[in-house]
Design a protein around this ligand. Sequence first.
Ligand SMILES: C[S@@+](CC[C@H](N)C(=O)[O-])C[C@H]1O[C@@H](n2cnc3c(N)ncnc32)[C@H](O)[C@@H]1O
Length: 275
Amino acid sequence: MDTAPLPPSNDARRGSLACVGMGMTLGSHLTPLARSQIEQADVVFAALSDGIVELWLERMHPDVRSLQPYYAEGKSRMKTYRQWVDLMMDEVRAGKRVCGVFYGHPGIFAWSPHKAIEVARAEGFNAHMEPGISAEDCLYADLGIDPGRFGCQHFEASQLLFYERRIDTAGYLVLWQVGLVGDLSLKRFSTGAAYRQVLVDVLSADYPLDHEVIVYRGATLPIQKPRVRRMALRDLPCAELTAEETVVLPPGAALKQNPAVRERLTALDKEASIA
Ligand SMILES: C[S@@+](CC[C@H](N)C(=O)[O-])C[C@H]1O[C@@H](n2cnc3c(N)ncnc32)[C@H](O)[C@@H]1O
């Protein structure tokens, strides 16, 4: 009797994908789980912050393939990120156990790991993200910021320019990718002072121009120290800024009480005989 072929089940598909974080600082941030995903993979793809970190990774696995050469000035970053997904998925579909290693946390301001996991799962493969220590984690430690104290908003800096967003100045504001702020083309590695001036003009709707901004670079090598530069908002356009820096604006306004909700809570406490 003829039977229709069964669609491939999860079990039948041998390939798998793990996207793991390398952390920020070479040698000290890799978690045991991320390390074991790397060591047990058939093939490892790497998008790391530094050639030295890549050499270190090569000591952990004989088949490490760098994703960095797919970047090129004048080529859309989205094209590069799609190629990364295709490269990883080609090997998954060939039945390999694939590990993508990304600096920091693989799911923070990183398009390809999320997309590759989505595609792999849609095709019936096992796919998993293993978190890592991100620039955000290092920033809290090095700048002594607790995001729970006043709250904390994170934005890709260009998103503040391309879209109308509401900033809550009573909390911290963390801006990522300020070095290439305003790049509509997605083809450039940096923009410049004129583009940062547009960012400052947008921010000046919510902050005075003498408001402090912190330009932060976390250590990527164990011999480095974090770099912390403080300046007035008006001076941000003229500052030298690399692609590896994150900008923080401390709160500019006091937290505002909400008397109506407080009264409601007090009434509830009374009902429950807590007050
Ligand atoms: C594409 S995102 C990658 C973030 C990364 N996945 C993570 O978990 O930190 C690149 C942005 O991360 C931030 N970044 C990268 N390296 C950094 C460093 N060493 N110190 C501070 N921020 C950094 C910058 O805002 C940069 O524009």
